[in-house]
Design a protein around this ligand. Structure first.
Ligand SMILES: *Cc1c(COP(=O)(O)O)cnc(C)c1O
Length: 384
């Protein structure tokens, strides 16, 4: 039996749209830069086991995960594809002591995020010592990456990198979705300033700076390799402007029950919504346990037959309630489909209603939906 065969909600993921988005981003890059693909956090919740092979088959050769475990799983997935062994896999969090051998065993390239990780990577050569690594320079996130003092130290003590194959130097943008933000230019300048001294030390002139939004800041941010995640999955990399990316996700649920309420009465936990007129309230079997965030309570909307309907009351663990009074009755019956994401209500719109960003909506998508992967018209169901 297919997983979640009796689920009252179905998540459709359009692999063709994801690969089309990857191609569209690549076509925007200037100066010979390539587009990689960030598939961390199970490809932003959409299922790395389906998404990564599709991107590989579309020609993507550079993948990024956050964790070592994700990298190991991805190497196994790609190894099963024709020419998949040749794909490069980069791991953002980098090696903790004792992990370098695992990186090399699975041919994963770590980000080296501070002098300590450089030391770990050098001190544990193990088998396959020639495995490349990436030098991460912090230009404004103050999270991971070599801060300016460590960049200076490394430039002065190049022997710290002796024997290492540094594939490229990278940094990460803090405010790229806000094109006017002064951080963008400041980070670009600081990155370029570090590339000079370190470029020689690392014996590579190659560099990577852009996430999804930074691709849209212009060619000077593109360098050799871009690292888009969100835009691949259809989130708008240019907030406030029309979304240039194709939608990739649709979440549809079936109405379980419709209730006629003709006297003043409250709805849901905390009695946070009271009906003020004779109303029809539809119950849909999706709740915060499915990643439909509780912060959407009394704020989100859905689409039914293309018409908006408000979510009323609190989001429960397994259910939400909708005011369908203004929806023609034939469309708001038990069994009728409701668009929670897509179908006129994009991920970014739901995110705004829930007071968050599309990234959190996608990476919260739960495991109880029936999943349907669409590729060039053909479909398959899966748990990934
Ligand atoms: C997550 C991540 C990305 C991708 O960012 P998007 O905004 O999703 O395109 C790129 N680089 C690093 C270092 C990341 O952590």
């Amino acid at each position: 039996m297919a997983p979640n065969a009796f689920a009252g909600a179905e998540l459709s993921i359009d692999l063709g749209a994801i690969t089309a988005n990857w191609r569209a981003l690549g076509a925007r890059l200037e100066g010979g830069a390539r587009a990689g693909a960030v598939v961390k956090a199970d490809a932003y919740g959409l299922g790395m086991a389906a998404v990564a092979p599709a991107l590989h088959d579309a020609g993507c050769g550079d993948f990024f995960t956050a964790t070592l475990d994700e990298g190991i799983a991805l190497r196994a997935l790609l190894a099963a594809r024709p020419a998949g062994e040749a794909s490069r896999i980069y791991v953002f969090l980098g090696p903790r002591p004792g992990e370098a051998a695992e990186y090399r065993r699975h041919r994963l390239s770590p980000m080296l995020n501070d002098l300590g990780q450089i030391e770990t990577w050098r001190a544990e050569p193990g088998r396959g010592a020639a495995q490349s690594a990436v030098l991460h320079i912090d230009t404004g996130m103050s999270r991971l990456g070599l801060p300016p003092a460590e960049v200076a130290r490394l430039a002065a003590e190049p022997e710290r990198l002796a024997g290492l194959d540094i594939d490229f130097l990278m940094s990460h943008m803090a405010c790229a979705e806000a094109p006017e933000h002064p951080m963008n230019q400041a980070q670009l300048s600081e990155f370029k300033a570090a590339l000079g001294p370190l470029g020689g030390v690392a014996a590579t002139p190659r560099a990577s700076l852009a996430n999804s939004s930074a691709i849209f800041l212009g060619g000077q941010y593109h360098f050799d390799l871009a690292r888009p995640g969100a835009a691949l999955y259809g989130l708008n990399p240019t907030p406030g402007k029309a979304n240039p990316m194709a939608e990739t996700v649709r979440l549809q649920a079936e109405i379980l029950q419709v209730r006629e309420i003709d006297s003043p009465r409250s709805i849901g936990y905390g009695a946070t919504h009271r009906v003020k007129r004779p109303s029809r309230i539809a119950t849909v079997p999706v709740g915060y346990a499915d990643g439909y965030l509780r912060s959407a309570s009394n704020r989100a909307s859905v689409h039914i037959a293309g018409l908006p309907a408000p979510l009323v009351g609190r989001v429960s663990m397994d259910m939400i309630t909708l005011d369908v009074t203004d929806i023609p009755a034939q469309h708001a019956q038990p069994g009728a489909p409701v668009d929670l994401i897509g179908g006129g209500h994009p991920v970014d719109a739901l995110a705004a209603e829930a007071g968050t960003i599309g990234y959190e909506i996608l990476t919260s998508l739960g495991m109880r939906y029936r999943r349907r992967y669409i590729q060039n018209g053909s479909e398959r169901q899966g748990t990934t």
